[in-house]
Design a protein around this ligand. Structure first.
Ligand code: GH3
Ligand code: MG
Ligand code: MG
Ligand code: MG
Length: 317
């Protein structure tokens, strides 16, 4: 996935999970908040609430504190310990409103605290504000993972996603491929036509990746003129075919700032048709050494290693 195609969440109604042992409250909120266009999810009790949260990943949680069984503090703690749910804003909605209870709720990670009985207009405003804060937080987090020049994911994002995808592929015995791409003789482009011309080439290649890769692929700017492409569910031979197609397209591009001088790239690929016992860091090293082999043997080519049992090395140019 390139950042531009990632979910914005703007067109889908926000999902509000209400965890409260009082059925009347559910009825009231369903009518009054449902009318705001939210999708309401009801859980009558702590255990049920946690189960629904894990299943439906809501956008905001309204949480009662006093409930039989698992109480609100325990639910809050469990939500904040779950990596998938810890960023979901939780508004505590409770009759307990001693300063001590409020401090505990905030310390456990609640974003807001509304005492019962509450004013409906105020609750609506607080829900809107919690949703806005969490969407701003998401945007900030995403910005920190984006490369400024190209809009692709940056290296930090690559490192975490690559480790995740490698783990997933191994666990499910699925195909996975990784390509590392480096623009050829790029210093010459900068030296001959200037840094802005070099930037335009980097941006042009990024656009090509965004156009040619699938939604599930992850295109990252790995460093200066180097890119890493993570291709889940893709065999190394398919990855090679894809990279070769992009390489040919890229080589055929004409650049407005230097129409007579085309640019090429070299590419190293490592992949497997099924999860193989290779360390994620070793995959990167293998793809990298293929990239350098491609450079040494003349540039403008891709070299691939198939890591599935009986590994072999194939070359295309
Ligand atoms: P090779 O074919 O062996 O890869 O040669 P190369 O010239 O591409 O490799 P080298 O590592 O010598 O040069 C890479 C250059 O990329 C040097 C650096 O100034 C330039 N560079 C790195 N980041 C940027 C950038 O953001 N914009 C521009 N214009 N140039 C950059
Ligand atoms: Mg209660
Ligand atoms: Mg380089
Ligand atoms: Mg280079």
């Amino acid at each position: 996935m390139t950042p531009q195609t990632s979910h914005s969440g703007q067109d889908v109604p926000a999902r509000v999970l209400v965890i409260d042992d009082c059925v009347d409250l559910h009825r009231l909120l369903k009518v009054r908040l449902g009318a705001e266009g939210y999708e309401m999810i009801e859980a009558v009790g702590g255990e049920d609430g946690l189960m629904r949260a894990r299943r439906d990943t809501p956008d905001v949680v309204l949480l009662d504190l006093e409930m039989p069984g698992l109480d609100g503090f325990e639910v809050l703690r469990a939500l904040k310990e779950d990596p998938r749910l810890q960023d979901v804003p939780v508004i505590v909605l409770s009759g307990l409103d001693s300063p001590g209870d409020k401090v505990t709720a905030f310390d456990l990670g609640a974003i807001d605290f509304v005492g019962k009985p509450f004013d409906m207009a105020e609750l609506r405003a607080r829900v809107r504000s919690a949703l806005k804060i969490s969407s701003l937080m998401r945007m900030l987090e995403q910005r920190a993972q984006l490369d400024g020049l190209t809009g692709l994911w940056n290296r930090a994002y690559f490192e975490t996603q690559w480790a995740n995808e490698a783990k997933r592929a191994r666990r499910h015995d699925h195909p996975l491929s990784l390509a590392i791409v480096d623009i050829d003789r790029f210093k010459d482009v900068n030296d001959s036509y200037g840094h802005p011309a070099g930037d335009a080439v980097i941006q042009g290649l990024a656009r090509l990746f965004q156009r040619e890769l699938r939604g599930s692929d992850i295109a990252c700017r790995y460093g200066g003129e180097e890119f890493a492409l993570v291709m889940p569910e893709t065999s190394p031979s398919s990855a090679l075919a894809l990279c070769e197609r992009i390489r040919e397209e890229f080589g055929a591009l004409s650049w407005p700032r230097h129409p007579g001088r085309g640019v090429t790239f070299s590419c190293g690929i490592a992949g497997a048709r099924g999860g193989v016992p290779v360390d994620p860091a070793d995959w990167v090293e293998i793809a990298d050494s293929n990239l350098y082999a491609a450079k040494r043997s003349g540039r403008d080519r891709s070299i691939m290693t198939d890591l599935t049992p009986e590994p072999g090395i194939r070359q295309a140019s």
